[in-house]
Design a protein around this ligand. Structure first.
Ligand code: C2E
Ligand code: MG
Ligand code: MG
Length: 708
């Protein structure tokens, strides 16, 4: 809409238009009134003049008649006395009278006896148009010729008509007297019309002023407040400081009501807005700022820092193995841990005097700290150390002590990156490196870390399709019965021979496969291959060796495990009892009940289930009662120290005793020396594997070893 169009449609425009229309209408009415008054005025003046003219005419008649009568009687007497001089002098004197135009004396034959000043006419007959009627008239005769009145009267001597006189009387101008009569009328009419004009103009001016006053009043009292309201409403943006509203809230009228209602509504909306913002910007569990609010804060800080020249550090804190807390102690405990830790982190910041630091909960067990300080590198290292120390202090959960750690990645502006997104990515990468470096420590971001991440991405790409390209193979590490050191089975271990990198250790690629989801397919392939290979193995004396296959947490979670196992057994013809599945505690404990159901189904077919890396997890021995397993594999770390560390020996002995009391087989991993073998055998460990017995080998080598 154009500005003109809008201003016409505005209330003020409409009001002004209406008032202008009203004024125009009044103007037209006044003009009509003025016109009719002018006509009346003219009519009255006309009538007065008419009346005046009548008066003048009557006067003319009177004077004409008396003049003619006097003249006729005078001349008649002069003729009776035969005094022609008297006649001439009478005619001369009458001609002198006002308005007398001519005097004609004629005889009974109609010949002119005296024509006034013109002596040449004497004796001639009268030839003018009025002459005949005058000659024939026996008494006074009045004739009009235009404005001229002719009065003729007979001349009688001794009762005998001897001729006549004709007197021509001009109409003449209205006399002063007559004029005086109509003068007040016209002057009064003029005065009246002047008065009307002034009155009209005054009325119009008054109406104009009134209109202007109405417009001004409307403008001041109604339109401006409404416009102000509209402006403020239009400027109000959710989440922004509301514009100041200048209104008179004490007004006791409808506009006042409207203003008050608006102010109330605005306050309500502002509160609502604040509530929504609070909800949208804070983490309900810890009360810390959330990711959204943190992103805005970071963008804001960076904007100021770009302008000035400051330094800033992002510390990305990720709790180590927090998942285990959730898995083993439940989600409520997990929540409690998070809120306790967030409070502690806040206190740590305060203790270090890092008031300029902002902390936010970024996701599940991730916190992020925005820190600005002098000598930012040293300051953020101190902060990271303090936070790790704080997180390490035991937490009390329902009377129990829980120990946690945290890995922290640190990146700095402007040294590592300029933009928020890149800084966050860097911090994440650095945190990941802290995890890789053994957790519970901090790492500063470096460009080399980017390469590590790139390598990881590359590795994932390479791993895709590696099985089909024949780069992956399955090796078998023999498992021995400790009692008689006889081979009883083997563990299937995946190997990757990368075309450029050579042998990639499973500790590297299994995690990549696990995180990318590739493990589901790979795991199925390993299972099929292991079953196929094991079906061909022949132990000495017809004994059938088992194969144990590692199953990743993800494979168990997908729920397809019983079907996958079933089809591998069918396809290979391997006896179910010859297949062992190795699951880590974490895999089983993620969802204990689902795991129990799935494992029960698998075990029902005769397949055995072992808990791998036993002792490293959180679970402790109590879980063994609830999860249906056939064996536990004591982790290498215990076996390694079993000769040196009495605690490890005690724990290993306890595990063996406990497992046996539950009817569970115990397998020791990583037996590298004879001493380890001997002591484990003494303590009653059932089976074992390790470099001392034999390294992982090909299926053929193992088949040969079984025959040896
Ligand atoms: P794991 O299941 O605990 O496997 C045993 C690991 O210990 C193997 O490492 C084996 O080579 C190593 N080992 C055996 N004896 C000794 C010893 O005397 N000393 C030492 N230092 N190490 C010994 P590997 O093959 O590197 O496998 C590492 C891990 O990768 C396995 O641990 C397992 O969790 C995983 N993994 C391997 N293959 C597969 C697979 O096919 N599927 C799944 N899901 N995970 C697999
Ligand atoms: Mg294993
Ligand atoms: Mg193991």
């Amino acid at each position: 809409m154009t500005t003109a169009g809008r201003s016409l449609r505005s209330l003020r425009g409409q009001l002004v238009s209406a008032l202008l229309a009203l004024l125009s209408l009044l103007l037209i009415l006044f003009a009509a009134f003025w016109y009719s008054e002018r006509i009346n005025h003219a009519r009255v003046e006309n009538l007065a003049t008419q009346a005046l003219r009548e008066l003048v005419r009557e006067d003319q008649l009177d004077r004409g008649q008396s003049t003619a009568l006097h003249l006729a009687s005078g001349i008649s007497a002069a003729m009776a006395n035969a005094d022609p001089d008297r006649v001439t002098s009478l005619v001369r004197s009458f001609l002198q009278q006002p308005n007398v135009q001519y005097v004609i004396v004629f005889d009974s034959a109609g010949r002119i006896m005296d024509g006034g000043n013109d002596r040449s006419l004497v004796g001639k007959p009268m030839v003018d148009p009025l002459a005949d009627a005058a000659l024939l008239a026996t008494s006074m005769k009045l004739q009009w010729s235009g404005e001229l009145l002719e009065v003729s009267a007979p001349l009688k001597v001794d009762g005998k008509r001897v001729g006549g006189v004709r007197v021509g009387m001009a109409g003449g101008k209205p006399g002063e007297r007559q004029l005086k009569i109509i003068e007040p009328i016209t002057s009064q009419l003029d005065a009246a019309s002047r008065w009307h004009h002034r009155w009209t103009i005054a009325m119009l001016a008054l109406l104009g002023l009134l209109g202007a006053a109405i417009v001004y009043l409307m403008e001041w009292r109604v339109l401006e407040p409404i416009r102000n309201l509209g402006r403020v409403m239009a400027e109000d943006r959710p989440g922004q400081q509301p514009a100041t509203l200048v209104v008179d809230l004490d007004r006791r009228d409808e506009i006042g009501d409207l203003m008050r209602a608006f102010v109330r509504m605005r306050e309500g909306m502002a509160k609502h807005d604040r509530d929504i913002r609070r909800m949208a910007y804070t983490d309900p569990l810890t009360g810390l700022a959330n990711r959204l609010s943190f992103r805005e804060l970071l963008d804001d800080r960076l904007l100021t820092l770009h302008a000035s020249s400051g330094e800033l550090a992002l510390l990305f804190v990720d709790l180590d193995d927090f998942k285990r807390v959730n898995d083993t102690l439940g989600h409520e405990a997990g929540d409690e841990v998070l809120s306790q830790l967030s409070a502690r982190l806040r206190l740590t910041l305060e203790r270090l005097g890092a008031q300029s630091a902002d902390i936010a909960r970024f996701g599940g067990d991730e916190f992020i700290v925005l820190y600005m300080a002098e000598d930012i590198r040293a300051a953020s290292a101190r902060l990271a150390e303090a936070m790790i120390e704080e997180i390490q202090r035991p937490l009390l959960l329902g009377g129990k002590q829980v120990f946690l750690g945290a890995s922290i990645g640190i990146t700095m502006f402007p040294f590592d990156a300029y933009h928020a997104g890149q800084l966050l990515k860097n911090a994440d990468i650095a945190m990941y490196q802290a995890k890789v470096a053994g957790k519970n420590c901090y790492r500063f971001y470096s460009r080399a870390m980017d390469q590590a991440v790139e390598r990881r991405v590359q590795l994932e790409q390479d791993l895709r399709g590696a099985w089909d390209r024949g780069e992956l193979s399955v090796a078998y590490q023999p498992i021995y019965r400790l009692e008689d050191a006889k081979i009883c089975g083997a563990e299937a271990l995946l190997r990757w021979s990368h075309p450029h990198l050579g042998m990639v250790p499973p500790s590297v690629f299994i995690e990549v496969a696990e995180q990318s989801g590739l493990i589901e397919n790979l795991g199925r392939n390993v299972l099929e291959k292991a079953c196929g290979d094991a079906a061909r193995w022949q132990g000495k004396g017809g004994h059938k060796p088992f194969v144990s296959v590692n199953i990743s947490p993800r494979q168990l979670r997908s729920g397809e495990l019983p079907d996958v196992v079933g089809s591998a057994l069918r396809n290979s013809g391997l006896l179910p009892a010859q297949l062992h599945l190795e699951l880590t505690e974490t895999a089983v404990l993620v969802d204990e009940s689902q795991a129990s159901t799935l494992l029960s189904r698998v075990r029902a077919t005769g397949v055995k289930v072992w808990l791998d890396d036993f002792g490293t997890g959180f679970s402790g021995l109590s879980h063994l009662r609830r999860v249906p397993v056939d064996g536990v594999k004591i982790d290498r770390s215990f076996v390694a120290d079993v000769l040196r560390d009495p605690d490890d020996l005690a724990l290993t002995t306890a595990i063996i005793a406990m497992a046996h009391s539950l009817g569970i087989t115990v397998v020791a991993e990583g037996i590298e020396t004879e001493g380890q073998y001997q002591i484990l055998r003494e303590r009653g460990c059932d089976q074992g594997q390790g470099f001392w017995f034999g390294r992982p080998m090909s299926a053929e080598d193992l088949a040969a070893k079984l025959q040896a």
